[in-house]
Design a protein around this ligand. Structure first.
Ligand SMILES: O=P(O)(O)OC[C@H]1O[C@H](OP(=O)(O)OP(=O)(O)O)[C@H](O)[C@@H]1O
Ligand SMILES: Nc1ncnc2[nH]cnc12
Length: 190
């Protein structure tokens, strides 16, 4: 249930987080075991525990920017940014940001997509963490890393609520550390 090497072994909050995630088989396509964090958001204690764990992790790391990935990274990123005194940078799907943007395309388990970031949202000297709900192939995080680095920011770590410890994606993350709270849930646990 718990992702190895997050330094949280024995932390009872992780069980609550894992149990609050709903598994929906065959969504949005046959064969995908969808990890639904909306059920976690409905539980105030578990939602707060999740945010608190990221805040504890990043509060003393001199982080100036928290980048959140649309849509589900927006559900955790702003709370963490406010608590650690960092700015929040939304990384959005194409055509949503009104200013000048840079873009990176990537492949998903179930399709293709692209992320955009406003030019000037981060700059050289910024120390950033990227937050999302889940890492699967790592394609999304790797596009996010590229966006931030193209603007001169240092990506210190990527943080996700859910991921497999030996996530294939880790090799795609340009050696950036990946901090995962829990492993994906199986259907029989839900
Ligand atoms: O590691 P990867 O294989 O790249 O997959 C992970 C991404 O997939 C999901 O988002 P999705 O693209 O489904 O968009 P959504 O948050 O807008 O639903 C998830 O929230 C991650 O951002
Ligand atoms: N299995 C999964 N559940 C939820 N979001 C995802 N994004 C990519 N794979 C996913």
């Amino acid at each position: 249930m718990f992702a190895a090497e997050n330094g949280l072994k024995g932390d009872s909050r992780l069980q609550g987080i894992s149990e609050a995630i709903r598994v929906v088989p065959d969504f949005p396509k046959p064969g995908i075991m969808f990890q639904d964090i909306t059920t976690l958001l409905l539980n105030h204690k578990v939602f707060k525990d999740t945010v608190d764990i990221f805040v504890d992790r990043y509060k003393d790391m001199d982080i100036s920017a928290v980048a959140g990935i649309e849509a589900r990274g927006f559900m955790f990123g702003p709370s963490v940014a406010l608590a650690i005194g960092a700015k929040f940078v939304p990384l959005r799907k194409p055509g949503k940001l009104p200013g000048k943007v840079i873009a990176e395309s990537y492949e998903l388990e179930y399709g293709k997509d692209c992320l955009e970031m406003h030019v000037g949202a981060v700059q050289q000297g910024d120390r950033a963490v990227i937050l999302d709900d889940l890492v699967a192939t790592g394609g999304t995080l790797s596009a996010a890393i590229k966006l931030l680095e193209r603007m001169g920011a240092e990506v210190v770590e990527c943080g996700c609520v859910i991921g497999v410890p030996e996530v294939k994606g880790q090799s795609r993350l340009k050696g950036k550390p990946l901090y995962i709270l829990v492993e994906p849930r199986e259907l029989e646990d839900s």
